[in-house]
Design a protein around this ligand. Structure first.
Ligand code: WT7
Length: 634
């Protein structure tokens, strides 16, 4: 397979070099200590890793720092207050350039407001906001005060929001009146009211940013306007240090059951690894690069590679509020051109969408400032990789395919630009300081080109410290499978090719990946059976040309399906409403029966064969192999 060695000009100026691997191999702890010293420690650490309480790690455990101080104050103190931190581009075309000094000022006002509301370190704050600057300000204000934020993607339903607010017992929700979506204002505060309803909750205040100018329902005392509180607060605030293991955030993600897992991240190790990877994997040069990560802060990519990593590294970055086709398909390319974006980080699903829209759209723009491209969220198919490099990267830029997870907190497996000769579709190998293996069920390394399970066999600084409220589930989900080896089981399949390069093959559990978003089959099934017409449901992810996987559901009805078409649309809408539009099934098939094993387990593998139009695999363990005749004719 062709590989793409780095261009000599790129290699000559790259932040990373091959010696980094050697250094990390020779002295792992020493290597991570050096990386941690990218940060300002109010109290320097003397210990690096304490793994005695495995699988809960302590990194830099006796050190103290403040995350917001690292992302803001120190840059201003170093004389970079006038550097733009965020080129914010609103969907309707409004824009704001926010300098580090201005961002610090705003974060201090928000911190003073949160303190005035009675919040104290360790309290939880839910953030339910579109991509407006105030969302980032809120995250940093929480970090500054030692409050633990829980960002809930603004596309999630009131039910999903309520579930997360309750689990974390949030005292404050920060939201907006609404959000711009393809040229129209859509309500958002309204969803908060619906989520809170009249049942008592942990929420004492709802702080509302005015973004679209919609009228909103209002509960006196509980509800507050941002522009009447934060804007009026004092801009001076002194950041206090917190221990390195102080909780920074909870981020909910789908597991194999219907209940989302609150992934818990802490401070020192997390900021160390996000800053280290942002510097080396994106080759970021502060004061020179214009960096753009197209994720939403509702996902971990937004946390680590819009907020914490880039700001710790004094990046100047673009933050865009809207969708790539609003007002038309030129939007991303216009933004790249307008700001002279040099580093662009997105998901394969969007690259495939751009391919579908046609290359004359990017070709109509000057993209020559781009010097590095990144990909995340799902395996990138070689065809999309090559197109990305050719059309975005003038056949010259490195592409970094970055494998990681909400749980890993930061990039784990990726080529190092300027060092690695990358292969289209391969994540290549663990970064310096990171260790992974591909093994079979017994933990034995598999042969070359054989598929196996991806495990992380050494702790890493930005690893999750647990599942909020459920440490048993933490041990069970990630550490039980290879308990005797003490390895972290990632849930992904992988292989090593004959050159020893690593390829990620996708999830091996009941988690689907739709447009880079993780959705569990169980979640969608439970939303479907919540409908009175549905007796039973089985959901699978079927490969999809654009979104990676599409959700295909098979349902058994409680009564007869008189108007099947109408019911199918109703069920799709019900799933959107219950979870989020991301979880809306691509297809719903009404079937008389579902294929089950003797122990009553639904055989999703066979349903996937059906959904992808393949010949059926082995049906010998089915109770009743004839169910497929019924499914096929349904
Ligand atoms: C799952 C994690 C990491 C931020 C976005 C998703 C898949 C992620 C890659 C990649 C192949 C990838 C894996 C992983 N995934 N990046 N470069 N190549 N697969 O975070 O929602 O926690 O999902 O996304 O299956 O386990 P997430």
């Amino acid at each position: 397979m062709t590989s793409y060695p780095p261009a000599p000009e790129f290699a000559a100026q790259a932040n990373a070099d091959a010696a980094l691997y050697e250094r990390a191999r020779a002295d792992r702890d020493g290597f991570w200590a050096e990386q941690a010293n990218r940060l300002h420690w109010h109290k320097p650490f003397t210990e690096v890793l304490d793994w005695t309480d495995a699988p809960v790690a302590r990194w830099f455990g006796d050190g103290e720092l403040n995350v917001a101080y690292n992302c803001l104050d120190r840059h201003v103190i170093d004389g970079h207050g006038d550097q733009v931190a965020i080129h914010w581009e609103g969907e309707p075309g409004d824009s704001r350039a926010i300098t580090y000094a201005e961002l610090l000022d705003e974060v201090c006002r928000a911190a003073n407001t949160f303190t005035a509301l009675g919040l104290v370190p360790g309290d939880r704050v839910a953030i339910y906001m579109p991509m407006v600057p105030e969302a980032i300000v809120t995250m940093l204000a929480c970090a500054r005060l030692g409050l633990t934020h829980s960002v809930v993607f603004a596309g999630f339903s009131p039910t999903a929001l309520r579930q997360r607010v309750d689990d974390a017992e949030a005292r404050l929700i920060v939201t907006t009146d609404g959000q711009w979506r393809r040229g129209k204002p859509a309500a958002l505060k309204y969803a908060v009211d619906e989520a809170l309803g009249s049942d008592p909750s942990s929420v004492e205040h709802v702080l509302v940013v005015r973004r679209v100018g919609l009228d909103v329902p209002w509960t006196e005392v509980r509800d507050l306007w941002w522009d009447e509180t934060v804007a009026a607060a004092s801009p001076s605030h002194e950041a206090q240090p917190f221990p390195a293991e102080h909780p920074l955030f909870i981020l909910y993600t789908s597991g194999t059951t219907g209940k989302p897992k609150g992934i818990l991240h802490t401070t020192g190790g997390y900021l160390t690894q996000t800053a280290y990877t942002h510097h080396n994997v994106f080759d970021h040069k502060p004061g020179h690069d214009i960096y753009w990560c197209t994720a939403d802060i509702g996902w971990v990519t937004g946390h680590s590679y819009i907020v914490y990593g880039p700001l710790a590294n004094r990046a100047t970055q673009v933050v865009y509020e809207g969708t790539p086709n609003s007002p038309d398909e030129h939007r991303h390319f216009q933004i790249i051109e307008k700001y002279g974006v040099t580093i662009y980080y997105t998901a394969p699903t969007l690259i495939r969408t751009f391919m579908k829209w046609g290359r004359d759209i990017p070709d109509a723009h000057d993209l020559s400032t781009l010097r590095l491209l990144g990909s995340v969220g799902e395996p990138i198919n070689p065809e999309a990789w090559r197109w990305y490099r050719e059309v975005f990267g003038a056949n010259n830029t490195p592409i970094v395919d970055t494998w990681w997870q909400t749980e890993t907190g930061a990039i784990m497996i990726a080529p190092l630009p300027g060092v690695t000769a990358a292969k289209p579709g391969a994540a290549m190998g663990p970064l310096p300081g990171i260790s992974a293996q591909v093994v079979d069920d017994d933990g034995t390394p598999v042969g070359s080109d054989e598929s196996g399970l991806l495990v992380l066999d050494q702790p890493w600084p930005s690893m999750l410290r647990g599942i909020w409220n459920d440490m048993d589930r933490y041990r069970e989900t990630y550490w039980q499978r290879f308990a005797s080896e003490g390895w972290y089981f990632a849930g992904d399949g992988a292989k090593l090719d004959a050159d020893g390069d690593l390829w990620i093959l996708g999830r091996v559990d009941d988690v689907m990946n739709v447009s880079g978003h993780r959705i569990s089959t169980a979640e969608v099934e439970s939303a479907l059976v919540g409908h009175p017409a549905v007796a039973e449901a089985a959901v699978v992810g079927a490969s999809d040309e654009t979104t990676g996987q599409g959700i295909v559901a098979f349902v058994i009805l409680t009564g007869s399906a008189a108007a099947a078409d109408a019911l199918v649309s109703e069920l799709k809408a019900a799933v959107s409403l219950e979870i989020s539009p991301i979880a809306r099934p691509r297809e719903i098939h009404i079937v008389p029966e579902l294929p089950k094993t003797r122990s009553g387990k639904i055989m999703r593998r066979l349903l996937r064969d059906v959904a992808e139009g393949r010949e059926l695999g082995d049906t010998s363990t089915l109770v009743d192999p004839t169910v497929f005749e019924a499914i096929a004719t349904a």
